[in-house]
Design a binder for this molecule. Sequence first.
Ligand code: PBG
Length: 326
Amino acid sequence: MFPQTRLRRLRYHPAVRNLVRETDLSVHDFILPLFVRTGKNVKNEIASMPGNFQLSVDRLVDEVGAAVELGVRAFIFFGIPTSKDPQGASAWRDDGIVQQALRALRPVFKDVLLITDECFCEYTDHGHCGILHEHGGRLDVDNDATLPNLAKQCVSHVKAGADVVAPSGMMDGMVAAIRKGLDASGCTHIPILSYAAKYASGFYGPFRDAAESPPSFGDRNTYQMDPSNSDEALREVALDLEEGADIIMVKPALSYLDIIRRVKDRFGVPMAAYNVSGEFAMVKAASAKGWIDERRVTLEILTSIKRAGADMILTYHALDAAKWLK
Ligand code: PBG
């Protein structure tokens, strides 16, 4: 007779539990998303995202400083421009809002990682992620016409101080176009963090308020992925890797933990997951009502995303979690 297997032997002592723990969450895993807008001394809290703000450049510098104090070392920036047009041209202007933010931050925070989101939905007057054209009797985003603009936006961000570019528009060929643009401008060392498997998700609602970027008509179903698909995510990732992506993102995170795991198992490349605005808002709302323990649930969620296979997590919980992990 074999002795009865007892898994509880490894749970009985707290120090043993610490030794056998498979996933250790750390502040080094976090990337904090921040929203920058024009003006001075502006810090507008986003109603559906408590503790997150639209910040003018001066207040953004303060916010990054406070986050760095807590140990957060990586940030991704979203711009809210003053003027919008059909192309989203302010996205690649030298004095665009994100470029201004980078020029203010770069000299102050030399060792901090400044990542830029690369997309046009915040900059176009129609709120779609690229230039429009008519296709099969419908207005739709023109994939190939959008690519050169994406490359221009990335180069402009890097010239202003960005360390990593993160294209989020789900255009086919975006990674190749950006790689070519960066290399031609002498930015061969800049990594591309591609939003490779980004789903057309209801969980982006609060973000679209924060970034003032909802589509003015229609939806994003012709470029973002159908939530029902999983094999397709592997094809998206394979193509982005072939085109030169350095880090692969799955977004959102919580309803897509299976995708994170499949991609990690298949490709074994560095992976990011975006714990998006709606996922954050649900936790905040339920804990405001006293229905869940915010600290416990947040750390459990972030740990589960890492356990699923993400090496890094874009999360609005970064500051709270950094405090709790201290
Ligand atoms: C822009 C973009 C979106 C998010 C990140 N980049 C919104 C969208 O696709 O509509 C969502 C992030 C979040 O919900 O936290 N392409």
